[in-house]
Design a protein. Structure first.
Length: 268
């Protein structure tokens, strides 16, 4: 594909995705803190009628008429043919459902287009704060159309968002780290690293493709890295869409944190 056509292709998907995600976020915001039908899925994680409504809205808006783009969502049953698709929409209609149903602000709509296992276009919308994060591979990342960058530096004084168990162990070996209050949406937690609002973020094991794909592209296009503790990049749309413990940060700090967790086996 010629370079100009390649760029036009991504720009078209960017416009489509941003428009759909903003409308989806507005749909969810209209029902926020209102009465909701809520139930538990088989894994006992909660889901609301708004998760389903947003999923259906995005599925309609992003549907590929040619049927060449697959669909992977937290709220849609897996399709075995998905593995054959070179391009796949990976969607979390509401990332941070517990926050959403509890009336907390830190939830988001997280979406990405993945090609050959890696995200190439991403839009993540935090409706309560009216924050739209967007990234296109090779073109950088923005928050409300303003370019964003990760922070960098050493570990002393670095602000880190992580599960409570990780925070405790990290502080044991690096007392200068500053614990950030919990961010319920994992995608938004990592987007805050891309934004430079926090310095690093951790995810425990069992995060899924839909939690990560959009934030992954955001943090990389903002100059940082999101990898496993062994510094392996994530590959999406595999038979099992689940990932081991992860860390996101600016490149220098990411190297220091992965060295720290490997040295002290912090994931165990």
């Amino acid at each position: 594909m010629p370079v100009a056509e390649f760029e036009d292709d991504r720009s078209r998907y960017r416009e489509q995705l941003v428009s759909a995600v903003r409308e989806a976020g507005e749909l969810a915001l209209a029902r926020f803190r209102g009465p909701l039908k809520i139930w538990n899925k088989d894994n006992y994680s909660p889901v609301s009628e708004v998760d389903i409504a947003v999923n259906e809205f995005l599925q309609e808006r992003l549907r590929d008429p040619a049927g060449q783009i697959g669909w992977l969502s937290e709220e849609t049953e897996d399709d075995p043919e998905l593995m054959q698709a070179r391009r796949v929409w990976i969607i979390d209609p509401i990332d941070g459902t517990r926050a959403y149903i509890s009336g907390l602000a830190d939830w988001s709509v997280a979406t990405a287009l993945v090609e050959d296992g890696r995200p190439i276009v991403a839009a993540l919308f935090a409706p309560v704060e009216d924050e739209m994060f967007v990234a296109v591979a090779g073109q950088g990342a923005t928050l409300n159309d303003v370019p964003i960058r990760t922070t960098d530096g050493g570990l002393d004084g670095a602000c880190v968002a992580a599960p409570a168990g990780y925070q405790k162990r990290l502080k044991t070996f690096e007392p200068g780290l500053v614990a950030h209050p919990k961010i319920h949406s994992l995608a938004l937690r990592i987007a805050r690293v891309a934004q430079g609002a926090i310095d690093a973020a951790f995810a425990s094991g069992n995060a899924h493709d839909w939690d990560l794909a959009a934030a992954d592209l955001l943090v990389h296009e903002a100059g940082g890295a999101l990898t496993t503790f062994a510094r392996e990049s994530l590959i999406y749309n595999k038979p099992q869409p689940v990932h081991p413990p992860l860390v996101a940060a600016g490149r220098q700090r990411h190297a220091a944190l992965t060295a720290l967790v490997q040295e002290h086996n912090i994931s165990r």
